[in-house]
Design a protein around this ligand. Structure first.
Ligand SMILES: [Zn+2]
Length: 412
């Protein structure tokens, strides 16, 4: 088993060790790995992600540690950034972990202890899982819902613990002793000795992660989105430097939005609400105007068209109106008093054809449309009274000629 230096101190960033074993790349793992006698590198576990850093060999050659993982036999695997020449077994190395990444993980992880304890203390909501992502962290609470007041309450309590700068202490106890101590979460009884992390007079839990030595180092705890999940409620949060970075990003976005509206930051939601209402109204006005226009155009088209055996055939190609308008026009034509057929097309992208007749008419719109489109490789179809289709994109098809052809066939 690899001796884990981070168990005793999270502040060890540099250490000396010896290469005990190496693992060349394999089909399952493309990166070669180094196993050391002891290490300060934290392997991904318990929701906390691994450290990164360097291994400097005796001859001053430096190897980049890209990932760190636990092996089943209790050894720690330091995966090297490929391609890398593996050092010989027995070689002395100096390990150095990336301090900023470590500090960030310590802030997030310790913040999670405090936050989880705050949810238990205030609302009896236990944490069932913890996840540390690249941008934000999250816990899942065993509660079907968490209100906005509870979120604000837990955030306030957690930050209070931060401001009080309470010490975080590590100690080791037997599983039997731990049972008597009333841990927030007791792990399954598989190990005799448990590593306990205590936030003085606030939280006691078993954990193998890296933590700050006093709660003030967490910096601050900012709660963000909540989401209902299968096992309860998912709560996103960020601590320390991440909280500042995220608040900065939020501020920039909000500030940009406020500038677009020439408004104050806190007036942005109201401005957006107004703007949405306005565009809804404009859309409605536009739809009404188009409807009226189609009605007027349909009436004019019908008037200028003589009826043949009690039926009018209107042919129309729109080069400046879309297919939705062409459809509207066809509807207006076929719902007028005189039985009519509308053979309409729009050449606006995407071009399309609409064939419609007054419901119950004797022609077959679906069949007529299919017939004219088959000659140019287009696709479409519909019922006896209404059909819609299109010609191949980019083709130089004369749609007006197609409509005239169809009119000839139907009228003939
Ligand atoms: Zn922990």
């Amino acid at each position: 088993m690899t001796k884990r230096l981070y168990y005793d101190s999270s502040d060890i960033h540099e250490f000396d060790s010896v290469v005990e074993d190496v693992a060349p790349p394999s089909p399952e793992q493309s990166h070669p790995a180094v196993i050391l006698r002891e290490t300060a590198f934290y392997p991904t576990s318990g929701g906390q992600v691994h450290d990164t850093g360097w291994l400097t060999l005796e001859g001053a050659e430096r190897l980049r540690v890209a990932e760190v993982a636990d092996a089943e036999d209790g050894r720690v695997l330091h995966y090297l950034q490929a391609p890398a020449t593996l050092p010989a077994v027995g070689v002395r190395v100096r390990g150095s972990i990336d301090p900023e990444r470590r500090r960030d993980h310590m802030q997030q992880h310790s913040g999670q202890h405090v936050l989880s304890a705050a949810f238990v203390e205030l609302y009896q909501m236990p944490t069932v899982s913890f996840h540390m992502g690249e941008d934000y962290c999250s816990i899942d609470l065993a509660s079907p819902s968490v209100s906005a007041e509870q979120i604000a309450g837990a955030e306030k309590r957690a930050n209070q613990i931060v401001f009080e700068n309470r010490p975080l202490r590590i100690r080791y106890v037997s599983h039997a002793e731990a049972e008597k101590l009333g841990l927030r979460k007791l792990p399954p009884e598989e190990r005799d000795e448990l590593r306990l992390v205590e936030v003085a007079d606030f939280d006691l839990s078993a954990c193998g992660g890296t933590h700050v030595s006093a709660s003030g180092q967490i910096g601050s705890i900012l709660l963000r989105k909540t989401e209902k999940v299968r096992q309860g409620t998912h709560v996103e949060f960020v601590c320390g430097d991440r909280a500042v970075r995220m608040a900065r990003r939020d501020y920039s976005a909000l500030n940009e939005a406020a500038a677009l509206f020439s408004a104050k930051l806190w007036d942005v939601p109201e401005q957006i609400r107004k703007s949405v209402e306005e565009s809804k109204l404009l859309r409605k006005q536009k739809d009404d105007a188009l409807d009226e226009l189609a009605e007027v155009m349909a009436r004019a088209a019908l008037q200028s068209q003589p009826a043949i055996t009690g039926r009018k055939i209107v042919v129309r190609v729109f080069s400046d109106r879309d297919i939705a308008f062409a459809k509207l026009f066809a509807q207006k034509v076929t719902r007028a008093a005189t039985p009519a057929i509308a053979l309409v097309a729009s050449t606006v992208d995407p071009p399309g054809l609409v064939f419609a007749q007054t419901p119950g008419g004797s022609a077959d719109m679906g069949a007529s449309l299919k017939q004219v489109l088959s000659s140019v490789g287009g696709r479409g179809g519909g019922s006896r009274d209404f059909a819609q289709g299109g010609v191949p994109a980019g083709s130089a098809v004369d749609v007006e000629r197609l409509l005239r052809e169809a009119a000839g066939t139907i009228g003939g």
